[in-house]
Design a protein around this ligand. Structure first.
Ligand SMILES: [Zn+2]
Length: 254
Protein backbone atom coordinates (compact mmCIF):
# COMPACT_ATOMS: atom_id res chain seq x y z
CA UNK A 1 0.00 0.00 0.00
CA UNK A 2 1.39 3.40 -0.96
CA UNK A 3 2.85 5.24 1.96
CA UNK A 4 2.17 2.50 4.49
CA UNK A 5 5.10 1.78 6.78
CA UNK A 6 6.28 -1.79 6.44
CA UNK A 7 6.21 -3.89 9.56
CA UNK A 8 9.61 -4.72 10.96
CA UNK A 9 10.29 -8.37 11.66
CA UNK A 10 12.96 -9.59 14.07
CA UNK A 11 14.49 -13.01 13.74
CA UNK A 12 17.69 -14.95 14.05
CA UNK A 13 19.21 -15.99 10.74
CA UNK A 14 22.02 -17.70 8.88
CA UNK A 15 23.25 -16.16 5.65
CA UNK A 16 23.22 -18.84 2.94
CA UNK A 17 23.96 -16.78 -0.18
CA UNK A 18 25.27 -13.36 -1.12
CA UNK A 19 25.12 -11.65 -4.50
CA UNK A 20 26.48 -8.19 -5.30
CA UNK A 21 23.63 -5.86 -6.18
CA UNK A 22 25.53 -2.64 -6.84
CA UNK A 23 28.79 -0.94 -5.89
CA UNK A 24 27.54 -0.56 -2.36
CA UNK A 25 24.70 -3.03 -1.80
CA UNK A 26 24.20 -6.79 -1.64
CA UNK A 27 21.25 -9.11 -2.08
CA UNK A 28 21.38 -11.74 0.63
CA UNK A 29 19.51 -14.98 1.10
CA UNK A 30 18.97 -15.64 4.78
CA UNK A 31 17.51 -18.67 6.51
CA UNK A 32 15.53 -17.31 9.46
CA UNK A 33 14.58 -19.41 12.45
CA UNK A 34 10.97 -18.22 12.54
CA UNK A 35 10.67 -16.76 9.04
CA UNK A 36 12.20 -19.43 6.83
CA UNK A 37 14.11 -18.32 3.77
CA UNK A 38 14.23 -14.58 3.17
CA UNK A 39 15.70 -12.76 0.16
CA UNK A 40 16.60 -9.23 1.10
CA UNK A 41 18.51 -6.23 -0.08
CA UNK A 42 21.14 -4.94 2.31
CA UNK A 43 21.49 -1.33 1.23
CA UNK A 44 24.92 0.15 1.71
CA UNK A 45 26.30 -3.09 3.18
CA UNK A 46 29.55 -2.74 1.23
CA UNK A 47 30.26 0.73 2.52
CA UNK A 48 32.92 0.88 5.22
CA UNK A 49 30.42 2.34 7.65
CA UNK A 50 27.04 0.67 7.40
CA UNK A 51 24.39 -0.86 9.62
CA UNK A 52 25.97 -4.28 8.98
CA UNK A 53 29.59 -4.06 10.14
CA UNK A 54 30.93 -4.41 6.60
CA UNK A 55 29.97 -6.68 3.69
CA UNK A 56 27.77 -9.62 4.67
CA UNK A 57 29.41 -13.01 4.25
CA UNK A 58 27.86 -16.41 3.57
CA UNK A 59 27.65 -18.60 6.72
CA UNK A 60 27.54 -15.61 9.06
CA UNK A 61 24.71 -15.81 11.56
CA UNK A 62 23.07 -13.56 14.10
CA UNK A 63 20.04 -11.41 14.88
CA UNK A 64 18.30 -9.64 12.01
CA UNK A 65 15.61 -7.04 11.48
CA UNK A 66 13.92 -6.76 8.11
CA UNK A 67 10.85 -5.27 6.49
CA UNK A 68 8.58 -6.75 3.84
CA UNK A 69 7.45 -10.36 3.79
CA UNK A 70 6.06 -10.47 0.28
CA UNK A 71 7.26 -13.55 -1.59
CA UNK A 72 7.48 -11.77 -4.93
CA UNK A 73 9.57 -8.84 -3.68
CA UNK A 74 12.91 -8.48 -2.00
CA UNK A 75 12.67 -7.71 1.68
CA UNK A 76 14.83 -4.92 3.08
CA UNK A 77 17.37 -5.91 5.66
CA UNK A 78 17.70 -3.09 8.18
CA UNK A 79 19.87 -4.75 10.83
CA UNK A 80 22.22 -7.71 10.95
CA UNK A 81 24.83 -8.10 13.63
CA UNK A 82 26.55 -11.37 12.76
CA UNK A 83 29.01 -13.13 14.96
CA UNK A 84 32.36 -12.94 13.25
CA UNK A 85 33.45 -16.11 11.45
CA UNK A 86 37.04 -16.40 12.63
CA UNK A 87 37.48 -20.01 13.69
CA UNK A 88 37.74 -23.24 11.71
CA UNK A 89 35.60 -21.89 8.87
CA UNK A 90 38.45 -19.49 8.15
CA UNK A 91 41.27 -21.93 8.74
CA UNK A 92 40.07 -25.26 7.44
CA UNK A 93 39.17 -25.56 3.76
CA UNK A 94 37.30 -28.86 4.19
CA UNK A 95 35.20 -27.27 6.93
CA UNK A 96 34.44 -24.23 4.77
CA UNK A 97 33.58 -26.26 1.65
CA UNK A 98 31.27 -28.55 3.62
CA UNK A 99 29.48 -25.64 5.26
CA UNK A 100 29.08 -23.78 1.95
CA UNK A 101 27.68 -26.94 0.36
CA UNK A 102 25.19 -27.28 3.24
CA UNK A 103 24.18 -23.63 2.73
CA UNK A 104 23.65 -24.22 -1.00
CA UNK A 105 21.39 -27.22 -0.29
CA UNK A 106 19.45 -25.24 2.30
CA UNK A 107 18.87 -22.48 -0.24
CA UNK A 108 17.86 -24.88 -3.02
CA UNK A 109 15.48 -27.06 -1.02
CA UNK A 110 13.58 -24.57 1.12
CA UNK A 111 10.86 -22.13 0.11
CA UNK A 112 10.64 -18.47 1.06
CA UNK A 113 8.74 -17.77 4.28
CA UNK A 114 8.31 -21.47 5.00
CA UNK A 115 9.93 -21.86 8.43
CA UNK A 116 11.60 -25.05 9.68
CA UNK A 117 12.65 -24.37 13.26
CA UNK A 118 14.22 -27.77 13.91
CA UNK A 119 16.16 -27.56 10.68
CA UNK A 120 17.38 -24.08 11.60
CA UNK A 121 18.53 -25.27 15.02
CA UNK A 122 20.29 -28.24 13.45
CA UNK A 123 22.08 -26.11 10.86
CA UNK A 124 23.15 -23.57 13.44
CA UNK A 125 24.60 -26.31 15.66
CA UNK A 126 26.32 -27.82 12.61
CA UNK A 127 27.93 -24.46 11.77
CA UNK A 128 28.88 -23.69 15.35
CA UNK A 129 30.37 -27.15 15.92
CA UNK A 130 32.50 -26.74 12.83
CA UNK A 131 33.42 -23.14 13.55
CA UNK A 132 34.40 -23.89 17.14
CA UNK A 133 36.43 -26.93 16.12
CA UNK A 134 34.10 -29.38 17.93
CA UNK A 135 33.86 -31.37 14.72
CA UNK A 136 37.56 -32.12 15.08
CA UNK A 137 40.27 -31.18 12.65
CA UNK A 138 39.86 -34.19 10.37
CA UNK A 139 37.59 -34.48 7.37
CA UNK A 140 35.83 -37.55 8.76
CA UNK A 141 34.16 -35.73 11.66
CA UNK A 142 33.03 -32.94 9.37
CA UNK A 143 31.72 -35.45 6.83
CA UNK A 144 29.65 -37.25 9.49
CA UNK A 145 28.01 -33.96 10.44
CA UNK A 146 27.47 -32.99 6.80
CA UNK A 147 25.75 -36.31 6.07
CA UNK A 148 23.52 -36.01 9.15
CA UNK A 149 22.58 -32.48 8.11
CA UNK A 150 21.54 -33.74 4.67
CA UNK A 151 19.26 -36.39 6.17
CA UNK A 152 17.68 -33.81 8.48
CA UNK A 153 17.18 -31.48 5.50
CA UNK A 154 15.54 -34.21 3.40
CA UNK A 155 13.30 -35.19 6.30
CA UNK A 156 12.28 -31.58 7.02
CA UNK A 157 11.35 -30.77 3.43
CA UNK A 158 9.41 -34.03 3.02
CA UNK A 159 11.90 -35.80 0.75
CA UNK A 160 13.35 -38.37 3.10
CA UNK A 161 14.39 -41.49 1.21
CA UNK A 162 13.11 -44.93 2.27
CA UNK A 163 15.99 -46.72 3.97
CA UNK A 164 14.40 -49.34 6.23
CA UNK A 165 13.30 -51.65 3.41
CA UNK A 166 13.27 -51.88 -0.35
CA UNK A 167 11.54 -48.72 -1.56
CA UNK A 168 9.88 -50.72 -4.33
CA UNK A 169 8.71 -54.02 -2.81
CA UNK A 170 8.98 -53.14 0.93
CA UNK A 171 10.88 -56.30 1.75
CA UNK A 172 13.90 -56.12 4.09
CA UNK A 173 16.94 -54.74 2.34
CA UNK A 174 20.37 -53.41 3.13
CA UNK A 175 21.36 -55.95 5.78
CA UNK A 176 24.84 -57.44 5.77
CA UNK A 177 25.60 -59.95 3.09
CA UNK A 178 22.73 -59.06 0.78
CA UNK A 179 23.20 -57.13 -2.39
CA UNK A 180 21.52 -53.76 -2.24
CA UNK A 181 21.28 -50.60 -4.26
CA UNK A 182 20.17 -47.01 -3.93
CA UNK A 183 17.92 -45.45 -6.52
CA UNK A 184 16.93 -41.79 -6.48
CA UNK A 185 14.07 -42.64 -8.86
CA UNK A 186 12.76 -45.21 -6.36
CA UNK A 187 13.46 -42.76 -3.50
CA UNK A 188 15.53 -45.13 -1.44
CA UNK A 189 17.10 -48.54 -1.10
CA UNK A 190 16.28 -51.13 -3.72
CA UNK A 191 16.74 -54.87 -3.34
CA UNK A 192 18.33 -57.31 -5.77
CA UNK A 193 14.96 -58.42 -7.12
CA UNK A 194 13.89 -54.88 -7.96
CA UNK A 195 17.10 -53.20 -9.07
CA UNK A 196 16.53 -54.05 -12.76
CA UNK A 197 13.58 -51.65 -12.90
CA UNK A 198 15.72 -48.70 -11.81
CA UNK A 199 18.42 -47.77 -14.34
CA UNK A 200 19.73 -44.96 -12.14
CA UNK A 201 20.55 -47.30 -9.24
CA UNK A 202 23.95 -47.33 -7.55
CA UNK A 203 25.25 -50.55 -6.10
CA UNK A 204 26.09 -50.13 -2.42
CA UNK A 205 28.95 -51.68 -0.53
CA UNK A 206 27.72 -53.83 2.39
CA UNK A 207 29.11 -51.26 4.86
CA UNK A 208 27.33 -48.33 3.22
CA UNK A 209 24.05 -50.26 3.00
CA UNK A 210 24.36 -51.21 6.66
CA UNK A 211 24.92 -47.57 7.63
CA UNK A 212 22.02 -46.31 5.55
CA UNK A 213 19.58 -48.69 7.25
CA UNK A 214 20.62 -47.29 10.62
CA UNK A 215 22.06 -43.80 10.49
CA UNK A 216 23.45 -44.08 14.03
CA UNK A 217 26.15 -46.34 12.57
CA UNK A 218 27.63 -43.34 10.76
CA UNK A 219 29.62 -42.49 13.87
CA UNK A 220 31.67 -45.69 13.44
CA UNK A 221 31.94 -45.58 9.66
CA UNK A 222 35.32 -45.32 7.95
CA UNK A 223 36.16 -42.54 5.51
CA UNK A 224 35.57 -44.67 2.39
CA UNK A 225 32.05 -45.56 3.57
CA UNK A 226 31.29 -41.92 4.40
CA UNK A 227 32.50 -40.84 0.96
CA UNK A 228 30.32 -43.50 -0.64
CA UNK A 229 27.24 -42.33 1.30
CA UNK A 230 27.97 -38.73 0.36
CA UNK A 231 28.12 -39.77 -3.31
CA UNK A 232 24.72 -41.45 -2.92
CA UNK A 233 23.29 -38.28 -1.36
CA UNK A 234 24.67 -36.08 -4.14
CA UNK A 235 23.13 -38.48 -6.68
CA UNK A 236 19.84 -38.12 -4.80
CA UNK A 237 19.98 -34.31 -4.68
CA UNK A 238 20.91 -34.23 -8.37
CA UNK A 239 17.78 -36.23 -9.13
CA UNK A 240 15.60 -33.97 -6.97
CA UNK A 241 17.01 -30.74 -8.39
CA UNK A 242 17.41 -31.87 -11.98
CA UNK A 243 21.09 -30.91 -11.88
CA UNK A 244 24.03 -31.42 -9.54
CA UNK A 245 24.40 -28.93 -6.69
CA UNK A 246 27.20 -26.54 -7.73
CA UNK A 247 29.41 -27.04 -4.72
CA UNK A 248 29.06 -30.83 -4.52
CA UNK A 249 32.35 -31.42 -6.32
CA UNK A 250 34.33 -29.52 -3.68
CA UNK A 251 33.21 -31.76 -0.85
CA UNK A 252 35.69 -34.47 -1.85
CA UNK A 253 38.58 -32.37 -3.03
CA UNK A 254 39.12 -30.08 -0.02
ZN1 LIG B 1 12.56 -54.90 -3.79
Amino acid sequence: MGGAVDMLTKDRAICVRVVDYSETSQVVTLFGRLSGKIRAIAKGSKRPKSAFDGPIEPLSFGDIVFSGTDKDKLATLTEFQPQAVRGELRRNLAALQSALFAAELLDLLTEEYDPHIELFDHVLRFLQDIEEGKAGPDRRDIMIRLILFQFVLLHEVGLRPILNACANCQRPCGAHGRESYFSAAANGLVCRDCEMSFPDKIRLSPKAAHCLTDIKRLAQADQATLDEIEQVLIHHFTHILGRPPKLAKHVFTA
